[in-house]
Design a protein. Structure first.
Length: 439
Protein backbone atom coordinates (compact mmCIF):
# COMPACT_ATOMS: atom_id res chain seq x y z
CA UNK A 1 0.00 0.00 0.00
CA UNK A 2 1.12 3.54 -0.61
CA UNK A 3 1.93 6.02 2.10
CA UNK A 4 -1.36 7.21 3.53
CA UNK A 5 -0.38 10.38 5.38
CA UNK A 6 -3.10 12.84 4.66
CA UNK A 7 -6.28 11.57 6.26
CA UNK A 8 -9.29 13.85 6.14
CA UNK A 9 -9.52 16.07 9.21
CA UNK A 10 -12.30 14.75 11.40
CA UNK A 11 -13.34 14.60 15.03
CA UNK A 12 -12.25 11.41 16.75
CA UNK A 13 -13.99 9.96 19.78
CA UNK A 14 -13.29 6.98 21.96
CA UNK A 15 -15.43 3.88 22.53
CA UNK A 16 -16.93 5.09 25.81
CA UNK A 17 -17.85 8.51 24.37
CA UNK A 18 -15.91 10.17 27.20
CA UNK A 19 -13.29 11.87 24.98
CA UNK A 20 -13.19 13.67 21.64
CA UNK A 21 -10.45 15.50 19.77
CA UNK A 22 -9.77 16.95 16.33
CA UNK A 23 -6.33 15.96 15.01
CA UNK A 24 -4.70 18.07 12.32
CA UNK A 25 -4.40 14.91 10.21
CA UNK A 26 -5.06 11.22 10.65
CA UNK A 27 -2.61 8.76 9.11
CA UNK A 28 -3.28 5.08 8.49
CA UNK A 29 0.14 3.46 8.16
CA UNK A 30 0.39 -0.12 6.94
CA UNK A 31 4.14 -0.56 7.44
CA UNK A 32 6.89 0.46 9.82
CA UNK A 33 8.40 2.66 7.11
CA UNK A 34 5.13 4.57 6.84
CA UNK A 35 5.02 5.10 10.61
CA UNK A 36 8.57 6.44 10.48
CA UNK A 37 7.75 8.76 7.61
CA UNK A 38 4.67 10.21 9.31
CA UNK A 39 6.50 10.77 12.59
CA UNK A 40 9.49 12.34 10.84
CA UNK A 41 7.23 14.67 8.85
CA UNK A 42 5.28 15.72 11.96
CA UNK A 43 8.47 16.41 13.87
CA UNK A 44 9.75 18.63 11.07
CA UNK A 45 6.55 20.69 11.14
CA UNK A 46 6.54 20.95 14.94
CA UNK A 47 3.43 18.84 15.47
CA UNK A 48 2.73 16.38 18.26
CA UNK A 49 2.06 12.72 17.39
CA UNK A 50 -0.27 10.21 19.03
CA UNK A 51 -0.98 6.63 17.98
CA UNK A 52 -4.36 5.07 18.67
CA UNK A 53 -5.66 1.54 18.68
CA UNK A 54 -9.29 0.61 19.32
CA UNK A 55 -10.03 3.74 21.37
CA UNK A 56 -11.09 1.75 24.42
CA UNK A 57 -9.22 3.99 26.89
CA UNK A 58 -11.65 6.22 28.77
CA UNK A 59 -9.05 8.92 29.44
CA UNK A 60 -7.71 11.39 26.89
CA UNK A 61 -4.45 9.43 26.68
CA UNK A 62 -4.76 9.17 22.87
CA UNK A 63 -6.11 12.65 22.17
CA UNK A 64 -4.18 15.20 20.13
CA UNK A 65 -4.59 18.28 17.98
CA UNK A 66 -1.48 17.17 16.07
CA UNK A 67 -0.97 14.05 13.98
CA UNK A 68 -2.94 10.94 14.87
CA UNK A 69 -1.88 7.48 13.68
CA UNK A 70 -4.56 4.83 13.40
CA UNK A 71 -2.82 1.46 13.61
CA UNK A 72 -5.74 -0.86 12.86
CA UNK A 73 -4.41 -1.52 9.37
CA UNK A 74 -1.00 -2.45 10.76
CA UNK A 75 -2.06 -5.79 12.15
CA UNK A 76 -0.09 -8.81 11.00
CA UNK A 77 1.80 -11.57 12.76
CA UNK A 78 5.39 -11.23 11.55
CA UNK A 79 7.31 -14.13 13.08
CA UNK A 80 6.55 -17.27 15.08
CA UNK A 81 9.01 -19.53 16.88
CA UNK A 82 7.02 -22.66 17.66
CA UNK A 83 9.79 -24.09 19.87
CA UNK A 84 10.09 -21.11 22.21
CA UNK A 85 6.57 -19.72 21.87
CA UNK A 86 7.91 -16.29 20.92
CA UNK A 87 5.61 -14.43 18.53
CA UNK A 88 6.33 -11.03 16.96
CA UNK A 89 3.38 -8.96 15.80
CA UNK A 90 2.63 -5.55 14.36
CA UNK A 91 1.38 -3.23 17.06
CA UNK A 92 -2.09 -2.62 15.61
CA UNK A 93 -3.26 -6.21 15.80
CA UNK A 94 -6.25 -6.71 18.08
CA UNK A 95 -6.07 -9.23 20.90
CA UNK A 96 -9.09 -10.97 19.40
CA UNK A 97 -7.45 -11.41 15.98
CA UNK A 98 -4.13 -12.37 17.54
CA UNK A 99 -5.76 -14.96 19.80
CA UNK A 100 -7.62 -16.58 16.93
CA UNK A 101 -4.45 -16.86 14.86
CA UNK A 102 -2.47 -18.16 17.83
CA UNK A 103 -5.14 -20.78 18.50
CA UNK A 104 -4.78 -22.13 14.96
CA UNK A 105 -1.05 -22.47 15.64
CA UNK A 106 -1.55 -24.26 18.96
CA UNK A 107 -0.56 -21.22 21.05
CA UNK A 108 -2.26 -18.78 23.41
CA UNK A 109 -1.66 -15.73 25.58
CA UNK A 110 -1.10 -16.85 29.16
CA UNK A 111 -3.46 -14.20 30.53
CA UNK A 112 -5.58 -11.46 29.03
CA UNK A 113 -8.42 -9.07 29.86
CA UNK A 114 -12.01 -9.42 28.78
CA UNK A 115 -11.90 -6.64 26.14
CA UNK A 116 -10.43 -8.50 23.19
CA UNK A 117 -10.87 -5.79 20.55
CA UNK A 118 -8.07 -3.75 22.16
CA UNK A 119 -4.87 -3.59 20.14
CA UNK A 120 -1.87 -5.29 21.69
CA UNK A 121 0.02 -1.97 21.83
CA UNK A 122 -2.86 -0.19 23.54
CA UNK A 123 -3.25 -3.01 26.05
CA UNK A 124 0.40 -3.05 27.10
CA UNK A 125 0.79 0.73 27.04
CA UNK A 126 -1.89 1.10 29.71
CA UNK A 127 -1.01 -2.01 31.79
CA UNK A 128 -4.15 -3.97 30.90
CA UNK A 129 -4.12 -7.02 33.13
CA UNK A 130 -6.76 -9.77 33.16
CA UNK A 131 -6.97 -11.70 36.41
CA UNK A 132 -5.10 -14.46 38.26
CA UNK A 133 -3.31 -14.37 41.61
CA UNK A 134 -0.33 -16.27 40.18
CA UNK A 135 -0.34 -14.49 36.81
CA UNK A 136 1.01 -11.10 35.80
CA UNK A 137 -0.44 -8.56 33.40
CA UNK A 138 -0.15 -8.62 29.61
CA UNK A 139 2.87 -6.29 29.59
CA UNK A 140 4.82 -8.92 31.54
CA UNK A 141 4.46 -11.29 28.58
CA UNK A 142 6.43 -8.89 26.35
CA UNK A 143 9.95 -10.06 25.41
CA UNK A 144 10.87 -7.38 22.88
CA UNK A 145 9.67 -4.11 21.38
CA UNK A 146 10.47 -1.74 18.59
CA UNK A 147 9.79 1.98 19.00
CA UNK A 148 9.60 4.64 16.32
CA UNK A 149 11.29 7.64 17.93
CA UNK A 150 10.65 11.34 17.38
CA UNK A 151 13.27 11.62 14.63
CA UNK A 152 11.67 8.76 12.70
CA UNK A 153 14.33 6.22 13.60
CA UNK A 154 13.55 2.78 15.00
CA UNK A 155 14.87 1.54 18.34
CA UNK A 156 14.77 -2.20 19.06
CA UNK A 157 14.83 -3.16 22.72
CA UNK A 158 14.72 -6.32 24.83
CA UNK A 159 16.06 -7.53 28.19
CA UNK A 160 19.55 -7.62 26.63
CA UNK A 161 19.35 -4.76 24.08
CA UNK A 162 18.63 -1.30 25.52
CA UNK A 163 17.35 -2.97 28.72
CA UNK A 164 16.52 0.30 30.50
CA UNK A 165 14.31 1.32 27.57
CA UNK A 166 12.74 -2.13 27.44
CA UNK A 167 11.70 -2.21 31.07
CA UNK A 168 9.95 1.16 30.77
CA UNK A 169 8.51 0.65 27.28
CA UNK A 170 6.40 -2.30 28.39
CA UNK A 171 4.04 0.22 30.03
CA UNK A 172 4.86 3.47 28.29
CA UNK A 173 1.58 5.45 28.11
CA UNK A 174 2.62 6.32 24.56
CA UNK A 175 5.19 8.73 25.97
CA UNK A 176 8.36 7.17 24.54
CA UNK A 177 7.47 6.70 20.87
CA UNK A 178 5.13 4.78 18.61
CA UNK A 179 5.28 1.06 19.32
CA UNK A 180 5.87 -0.66 15.99
CA UNK A 181 6.33 -4.35 16.82
CA UNK A 182 5.84 -6.43 19.94
CA UNK A 183 7.39 -9.81 20.73
CA UNK A 184 5.28 -11.86 23.13
CA UNK A 185 5.97 -14.98 25.14
CA UNK A 186 3.08 -17.26 24.32
CA UNK A 187 2.19 -20.62 25.84
CA UNK A 188 0.72 -23.84 24.42
CA UNK A 189 -3.00 -23.45 23.76
CA UNK A 190 -5.17 -24.46 26.70
CA UNK A 191 -8.81 -24.86 27.63
CA UNK A 192 -10.57 -23.33 30.63
CA UNK A 193 -13.32 -24.75 32.78
CA UNK A 194 -15.43 -21.65 33.41
CA UNK A 195 -18.09 -21.38 36.10
CA UNK A 196 -20.25 -18.32 36.71
CA UNK A 197 -22.60 -18.41 39.66
CA UNK A 198 -24.45 -15.98 41.94
CA UNK A 199 -23.26 -15.74 45.53
CA UNK A 200 -23.99 -13.68 48.60
CA UNK A 201 -21.53 -10.78 48.69
CA UNK A 202 -20.37 -11.45 52.25
CA UNK A 203 -19.76 -15.09 51.35
CA UNK A 204 -17.43 -13.97 48.55
CA UNK A 205 -15.67 -11.36 50.69
CA UNK A 206 -15.28 -13.75 53.62
CA UNK A 207 -13.54 -16.26 51.35
CA UNK A 208 -11.77 -13.77 49.11
CA UNK A 209 -8.19 -14.95 49.67
CA UNK A 210 -9.11 -18.61 49.36
CA UNK A 211 -11.04 -18.01 46.14
CA UNK A 212 -8.26 -15.90 44.65
CA UNK A 213 -5.57 -18.44 45.54
CA UNK A 214 -7.47 -21.60 44.61
CA UNK A 215 -8.39 -20.58 41.04
CA UNK A 216 -6.21 -19.86 38.01
CA UNK A 217 -8.43 -16.89 37.15
CA UNK A 218 -10.90 -15.36 39.60
CA UNK A 219 -13.14 -12.32 39.60
CA UNK A 220 -16.53 -11.19 40.76
CA UNK A 221 -19.08 -8.50 40.10
CA UNK A 222 -21.03 -6.93 42.98
CA UNK A 223 -24.34 -5.23 42.23
CA UNK A 224 -24.73 -2.03 44.31
CA UNK A 225 -27.97 -1.72 46.32
CA UNK A 226 -27.98 -5.51 46.71
CA UNK A 227 -26.15 -8.21 48.64
CA UNK A 228 -25.56 -10.24 45.50
CA UNK A 229 -22.40 -10.92 43.50
CA UNK A 230 -21.65 -12.94 40.39
CA UNK A 231 -18.58 -15.11 40.97
CA UNK A 232 -16.49 -16.16 37.97
CA UNK A 233 -13.75 -18.82 38.16
CA UNK A 234 -11.71 -20.08 35.21
CA UNK A 235 -9.33 -23.00 35.62
CA UNK A 236 -7.14 -24.89 33.20
CA UNK A 237 -8.48 -28.29 32.29
CA UNK A 238 -7.82 -31.33 30.13
CA UNK A 239 -11.55 -31.93 29.74
CA UNK A 240 -12.87 -31.85 26.17
CA UNK A 241 -14.07 -28.47 24.95
CA UNK A 242 -17.80 -28.07 25.43
CA UNK A 243 -18.75 -24.45 24.69
CA UNK A 244 -22.25 -23.04 25.01
CA UNK A 245 -24.42 -23.75 22.01
CA UNK A 246 -24.70 -20.92 19.52
CA UNK A 247 -28.30 -20.16 20.48
CA UNK A 248 -27.55 -20.33 24.21
CA UNK A 249 -24.48 -18.14 23.83
CA UNK A 250 -26.47 -15.57 21.86
CA UNK A 251 -29.23 -15.47 24.48
CA UNK A 252 -26.83 -15.20 27.43
CA UNK A 253 -24.08 -13.03 25.98
CA UNK A 254 -26.00 -10.74 23.66
CA UNK A 255 -29.66 -10.69 24.67
CA UNK A 256 -29.33 -10.91 28.47
CA UNK A 257 -25.89 -9.41 29.12
CA UNK A 258 -26.16 -6.63 26.54
CA UNK A 259 -29.59 -5.80 25.12
CA UNK A 260 -31.62 -6.46 28.27
CA UNK A 261 -28.96 -4.87 30.46
CA UNK A 262 -28.85 -1.83 28.15
CA UNK A 263 -32.64 -1.52 28.40
CA UNK A 264 -32.37 -1.54 32.20
CA UNK A 265 -29.68 1.16 32.00
CA UNK A 266 -31.91 3.38 29.86
CA UNK A 267 -34.76 3.02 32.37
CA UNK A 268 -32.42 3.85 35.24
CA UNK A 269 -31.11 6.87 33.37
CA UNK A 270 -34.64 8.20 32.90
CA UNK A 271 -35.87 7.30 36.41
CA UNK A 272 -33.01 7.59 38.89
CA UNK A 273 -35.21 6.70 41.86
CA UNK A 274 -35.85 3.30 40.26
CA UNK A 275 -32.16 2.31 40.15
CA UNK A 276 -32.01 0.34 43.45
CA UNK A 277 -35.08 -1.66 42.44
CA UNK A 278 -33.68 -2.28 38.98
CA UNK A 279 -30.40 -3.42 40.55
CA UNK A 280 -32.26 -5.92 42.71
CA UNK A 281 -34.19 -7.11 39.67
CA UNK A 282 -30.97 -7.55 37.65
CA UNK A 283 -29.19 -9.35 40.50
CA UNK A 284 -32.21 -11.62 40.88
CA UNK A 285 -31.82 -12.69 37.25
CA UNK A 286 -28.28 -14.00 37.78
CA UNK A 287 -27.85 -17.69 37.07
CA UNK A 288 -25.21 -20.39 37.01
CA UNK A 289 -23.38 -21.04 33.75
CA UNK A 290 -20.66 -23.61 33.12
CA UNK A 291 -18.60 -24.16 29.97
CA UNK A 292 -15.30 -25.65 28.85
CA UNK A 293 -13.77 -23.76 25.96
CA UNK A 294 -10.55 -22.41 24.48
CA UNK A 295 -8.96 -19.86 26.78
CA UNK A 296 -9.32 -16.86 24.50
CA UNK A 297 -13.03 -17.50 24.02
CA UNK A 298 -13.58 -17.73 27.77
CA UNK A 299 -11.57 -14.57 28.48
CA UNK A 300 -13.30 -12.37 25.90
CA UNK A 301 -16.67 -10.68 26.45
CA UNK A 302 -18.84 -8.79 23.99
CA UNK A 303 -19.45 -5.21 25.17
CA UNK A 304 -22.42 -3.54 23.47
CA UNK A 305 -23.58 -1.33 26.37
CA UNK A 306 -21.33 1.73 26.56
CA UNK A 307 -20.10 3.04 29.88
CA UNK A 308 -17.49 5.16 31.63
CA UNK A 309 -15.04 3.37 33.92
CA UNK A 310 -12.52 4.02 36.65
CA UNK A 311 -10.33 1.23 38.01
CA UNK A 312 -7.87 1.29 40.88
CA UNK A 313 -5.04 -1.08 41.73
CA UNK A 314 -4.50 -1.47 45.48
CA UNK A 315 -2.60 -3.95 47.65
CA UNK A 316 -4.49 -7.22 47.42
CA UNK A 317 -4.72 -7.49 51.20
CA UNK A 318 -6.84 -4.33 51.27
CA UNK A 319 -9.43 -5.27 48.64
CA UNK A 320 -12.10 -6.59 51.01
CA UNK A 321 -12.01 -3.58 53.32
CA UNK A 322 -11.92 -1.19 50.37
CA UNK A 323 -14.97 -2.75 48.73
CA UNK A 324 -16.88 -2.66 52.01
CA UNK A 325 -16.00 1.02 52.27
CA UNK A 326 -17.28 1.64 48.72
CA UNK A 327 -20.53 -0.13 49.64
CA UNK A 328 -20.93 1.98 52.78
CA UNK A 329 -20.16 5.17 50.82
CA UNK A 330 -22.91 4.43 48.28
CA UNK A 331 -25.40 3.86 51.08
CA UNK A 332 -24.27 6.98 52.97
CA UNK A 333 -24.31 9.36 50.01
CA UNK A 334 -27.51 8.13 48.40
CA UNK A 335 -25.83 7.67 45.03
CA UNK A 336 -27.79 5.61 42.53
CA UNK A 337 -25.41 3.14 40.89
CA UNK A 338 -26.79 0.97 38.10
CA UNK A 339 -23.59 -0.81 36.99
CA UNK A 340 -21.88 -3.62 38.92
CA UNK A 341 -18.47 -3.20 40.58
CA UNK A 342 -15.77 -5.55 39.27
CA UNK A 343 -12.99 -7.08 41.39
CA UNK A 344 -9.90 -8.91 40.06
CA UNK A 345 -6.38 -9.87 41.18
CA UNK A 346 -2.91 -10.24 39.63
CA UNK A 347 0.62 -11.13 40.71
CA UNK A 348 3.29 -8.44 41.20
CA UNK A 349 5.62 -7.41 38.38
CA UNK A 350 8.75 -5.27 37.94
CA UNK A 351 7.65 -2.74 35.28
CA UNK A 352 8.19 0.87 36.46
CA UNK A 353 4.74 2.26 35.60
CA UNK A 354 2.76 -0.95 35.94
CA UNK A 355 -0.13 -0.64 38.36
CA UNK A 356 0.95 -4.00 39.82
CA UNK A 357 4.59 -3.01 40.34
CA UNK A 358 6.14 -4.65 43.37
CA UNK A 359 3.03 -5.95 45.14
CA UNK A 360 0.27 -8.59 44.90
CA UNK A 361 -2.52 -6.47 43.50
CA UNK A 362 -6.29 -6.31 43.60
CA UNK A 363 -8.30 -4.21 41.17
CA UNK A 364 -11.61 -2.56 41.92
CA UNK A 365 -13.38 -1.15 38.86
CA UNK A 366 -16.45 1.07 38.97
CA UNK A 367 -18.66 1.88 35.99
CA UNK A 368 -21.37 4.34 35.04
CA UNK A 369 -23.73 4.18 32.05
CA UNK A 370 -22.35 6.48 29.37
CA UNK A 371 -25.42 8.74 29.50
CA UNK A 372 -25.01 9.34 33.26
CA UNK A 373 -22.64 11.69 35.07
CA UNK A 374 -19.74 9.81 36.66
CA UNK A 375 -17.87 12.57 38.53
CA UNK A 376 -19.48 12.43 41.99
CA UNK A 377 -19.29 8.63 42.24
CA UNK A 378 -15.78 8.31 40.85
CA UNK A 379 -14.40 11.06 43.09
CA UNK A 380 -15.78 9.35 46.18
CA UNK A 381 -14.34 6.00 45.13
CA UNK A 382 -11.01 7.62 44.32
CA UNK A 383 -10.73 9.01 47.86
CA UNK A 384 -11.10 5.49 49.23
CA UNK A 385 -8.51 4.05 46.84
CA UNK A 386 -5.98 6.89 47.13
CA UNK A 387 -5.96 6.42 50.91
CA UNK A 388 -4.77 2.85 50.26
CA UNK A 389 -1.84 3.78 48.00
CA UNK A 390 -4.05 3.18 44.99
CA UNK A 391 -2.79 3.44 41.43
CA UNK A 392 -5.38 4.33 38.77
CA UNK A 393 -5.51 2.33 35.56
CA UNK A 394 -3.80 4.51 32.95
CA UNK A 395 -6.55 4.00 30.40
CA UNK A 396 -9.49 4.58 32.74
CA UNK A 397 -10.90 7.74 34.22
CA UNK A 398 -9.32 9.31 37.29
CA UNK A 399 -8.55 12.73 38.72
CA UNK A 400 -4.91 12.28 39.80
CA UNK A 401 -1.87 14.26 38.68
CA UNK A 402 1.88 13.69 38.58
CA UNK A 403 2.45 15.10 42.07
CA UNK A 404 0.07 12.62 43.66
CA UNK A 405 1.09 9.66 41.48
CA UNK A 406 4.85 9.85 41.83
CA UNK A 407 4.93 8.65 45.48
CA UNK A 408 3.10 5.40 44.65
CA UNK A 409 5.56 4.38 41.91
CA UNK A 410 9.01 3.53 43.36
CA UNK A 411 10.67 3.55 39.90
CA UNK A 412 8.97 6.72 38.65
CA UNK A 413 12.24 8.55 38.09
CA UNK A 414 13.70 5.67 36.07
CA UNK A 415 10.83 5.96 33.60
CA UNK A 416 11.18 9.74 33.39
CA UNK A 417 14.89 9.44 32.67
CA UNK A 418 14.16 7.14 29.72
CA UNK A 419 11.51 9.54 28.44
CA UNK A 420 13.83 12.53 28.57
CA UNK A 421 16.49 10.59 26.70
CA UNK A 422 14.19 9.33 23.94
CA UNK A 423 11.80 12.28 23.55
CA UNK A 424 13.27 15.43 25.13
CA UNK A 425 10.95 17.67 23.05
CA UNK A 426 7.89 15.62 24.07
CA UNK A 427 6.78 15.07 20.49
CA UNK A 428 4.58 12.26 21.84
CA UNK A 429 3.13 14.40 24.60
CA UNK A 430 -0.42 15.65 25.06
CA UNK A 431 -2.48 17.24 27.86
CA UNK A 432 -3.09 13.87 29.51
CA UNK A 433 0.62 13.15 29.84
CA UNK A 434 1.24 16.68 31.09
CA UNK A 435 -1.21 16.00 33.91
CA UNK A 436 -0.21 12.49 34.91
CA UNK A 437 3.55 12.42 34.42
CA UNK A 438 4.31 16.14 34.23
CA UNK A 439 5.95 18.50 31.69
Amino acid sequence: MGNRHAGMVTTWRNWGRTQTCTPSRIGNPASEDEICSIVRDACQTGEKVKAIGSGHSFTDIACTTGRMLRLDGYNRILEIDAKTGLVTVQSGISIAALSEELSELGLALENQGDVAYQTISGAISTATHGTGAKLRNISSQVRGLSLVLADGSVLRCSPTVEPDVFESARVSLGALGVISTVTLQCVPAFALHSIEEPRNLEDVLGNFDELASANDHFEFFWFPHTERAQLMTNNRTDRPVKPSGRASAYINDIVLENHAFGFVQDIGHARRAWVPGLARFTAGMLSRNEVVDSSHRVFANERLVRFAEMEYAIPRAQVVDALREVKAMIERTGLRISFPVEVRVVAPDDIPLSTAFGRPTGYIAVHVYYKDDYAAYFREVEKIMAARDGRPHWGKLHFRDAASLRPVYPRWDAFMAVRERLDPQHVFGNPYLERVIGQ
